[in-house]
Write a protein that binds this ligand. Structure first.
Ligand code: UD1
Ligand code: MG
Length: 371
C-alpha cells in the first residue's frame, strides 16, 4: 500500500431529484447502510488521513449523518451546484493544507472496493499526476468518455453532451473517481472553465490541464458493477442486488451454507459464523450476529439479535431487537422473541411470544405461551 498521505473528498451535494424523495439521495440505504456511509467506510478502509465531505445548502441531515458515521470528517458547503469542479473547490481550504494524494469519490457510488482505491494510488506511485477509474460501459450514454492515445495513455475526458459522434462510440467511460498527485490541485481547479454544453465547471477537465503542464494521466479499470452510480430508485435496487450477491458470496466463502443464496438478504453488518446452514427466504436486518453451527430453517426475519452456537431457529421465526439466544436453543414456528435472553438449551418450539423477559437454561416453553 502507498505510503503517501491520503486525503479523500466525498462529493455529496446534489438534490437527487430523480429519487422523488424528501430524503437526500446519498442517505438512501444499500444493505441497510446509507450510500454516504458506504463511501465513508471505503475512505476509512483506504486509511485516508483526512476526509472531507461536500454537501449542498440546507442539507443538515447529510452533515449530521456524516459526523455520526465518521466524527473526524470536515464538512464543506457548496452554495450553488455549478459542477463537480466547483464542488471540489468548496473543499479548497482542506486541499491546500494537505500534501500527498487526493482522491475524489461520489457519495452516490456505494460499491467501490478498497482494493480498487489501492490500484489508483499505485498508479500515482508509478508516476501519474492524475489517475482516473474507468470502466467499459454496456451502454455508455450519459457518461464522460475517456479519450486515450495509441499507447492507452489518457489524453482527456469528454462529457457525453460535448462529445462528437466518433467520441460517443467510445465505450471506455469515466466512473467519476479521480486520484490526484499534483502539488497545486487548488491552482488546477482555478483554471477550469465552464465553456461547455452544460455551462458547468467539470472536474474532468483537470486531466487536460495536467497534461498541458507536462503531467501524466493514467486509467485504472474496474467492472461496471463496482461503479454503478445511483440516480433513481431503479438504480438503487440495482445497487442493492449487486451488494446482496457480494455479501452472499462472502458468507459462503466464510463457511456458511446458503441453500438458495438468491433468497437470503443480508445487512452490511451481519456477522455469520462457520457451518451455519440457512434455508430459503431469510432476512437479516441490522445488527444480527449468528454464531457457528446454527441452523436457520426457512422464512425467518431477524433484527438486532444474537443467535448462540448450535441453536436452531425457524421455520417462520421472528427475532426482534434485544433477542439473545444461548447455545443450543430451539426457537420454532411462529415464535417471536423481543428483548429477551433465552438461556442455553431452552426451547420454545411453537406459537409463542417472549418479550421483555428472560428464559432460564433448559426451560421448555409450551405452545401458545405469552411472556
Ligand atoms: C459525472 C462525470 C462523468 C462521469 C459520471 C459518472 C463530471 C463533469 N462528469 O457526470 O464524466 O462519467 O459522473 O457517473 O464530473 N455534485 C456536486 N456538486 C455539483 C455537481 C455535482 O456535489 O455542483 C456531485 C453530485 O452529487 C454527484 C457527483 O458530484 O454525487 C456527480 O455529479 P453528476 O451531476 O451526477 O455528474 P454526471 O453528469 O453524472
Ligand atoms: Mg451522476
Amino acid at each position: 500500500m502507498s505510503a503517501t498521505p491520503l486525503m479523500i473528498v466525498v462529493l455529496a451535494a446534489g438534490k437527487g431529484t430523480r429519487m422523488k424523495s424528501d430524503l437526500p439521495k446519498v442517505l438512501h440505504a444499500v444493505g441497510g447502510r446509507s450510500m454516504l456511509g458506504h463511501v465513508l467506510d471505503l475512505a476509512s478502509a483506504s486509511q485516508a488521513e483526512k476526509v472531507a465531505v461536500v454537501v449542498g445548502p440546507a442539507q443538515d441531515n447529510v452533515t449530521q449523518s456524516a459526523l455520526t458515521i465518521a466524527p473526524n470528517v470536515e464538512v464543506f458547503v457548496q452554495e450553488n451546484q455549478l459542477g463537480t469542479a466547483d464542488a471540489l473547490k468548496a473543499a479548497n481550504k482542506a486541499i491546500a493544507a494537505h500534501s500527498g494524494d487526493v482522491i475524489v469519490l461520489y457519495a452516490d457510488t456505494p460499491l467501490i472496493e478498497p482494493a480498487t482505491i489501492d490500484r489508483l494510488r499505485a498508479s500515482l506511485d508509478a508516476g501519474a499526476s492524475v489517475a482516473v477509474l474507468g470502466f467499459e460501459a454496456v451502454d455508455p450514454t450519459g457518461y464522460g468518455r475517456l479519450l486515450t492515445d495509441s499507447t492507452g495513455k489518457l489524453i482527456a475526458i469528454r462529457e457525453h453532451k460535448d462529445a462528437s459522434e466518433v467520441e460517443r462510440a467510445i465505450r471506455l467511460c469515466n466512473s467519476g473517481v479521480m486520484a490526484f498527485r499534483v502539488t497545486d490541485l487548488v491552482g488546477v481547479l482555478a483554471r477550469i472553465g465552464n465553456a461547455n454544453a452544460k455551462g458547468e465547471y467539470y472536474l474532468t477537465d483537470a486531466v487536460e490541464i495536467i497534461r498541458t503542464d507536462g503531467g501524466d494521466a493514467a486509467v485504472v479499470t474496474c467492472a461496471e458493477a463496482e461503479v454503478l452510480g445511483v440516480n433513481s430508485r431503479v438504480e438503487l435496487a440495482q445497487a442493492e442486488a449487486i451488494f446482496q450477491r457480494r455479501r452472499r458470496r462472502r458468507a459462503m466463502e466464510d463457511g456458511a451454507t446458503l441453500i438458495a443464496p438468491e433468497t437470503v438478504w443480508f445487512s452490511y453488518d451481519t456477522v455469520i459464523g462457520r457451518d451455519v446452514v440457512v434455508q430459503p427466504n431469510v432476512y437479516f436486518g441490522l445488527g444480527v450476529r449468528v454464531e457457528d453451527g446454527v441452523e436457520i430453517l426457512a422464512n425467518c426475519h431477524f433484527e438486532k439479535a444474537h443467535i448462540g452456537k448450535y441453536a436452531r431457529v425457524g421455520p417462520f421465526a421472528r427475532l426482534r431487537p434485544g433477542a439473545s439466544l444461548g447455545a443450543n436453543v430451539h426457537i420454532g414456528n411462529f415464535v417471536e422473541v423481543k428483548n429477551t435472553e433465552v438461556g442455553e438449551g431452552a426451547k420454545a418450539n411453537h406459537l409463542a411470544y417472549l418479550g421483555d423477559g428472560s428464559v432460564g437454561a433448559n426451560a421448555n416453553i409450551g405452545a401458545g405461551k405469552i411472556i
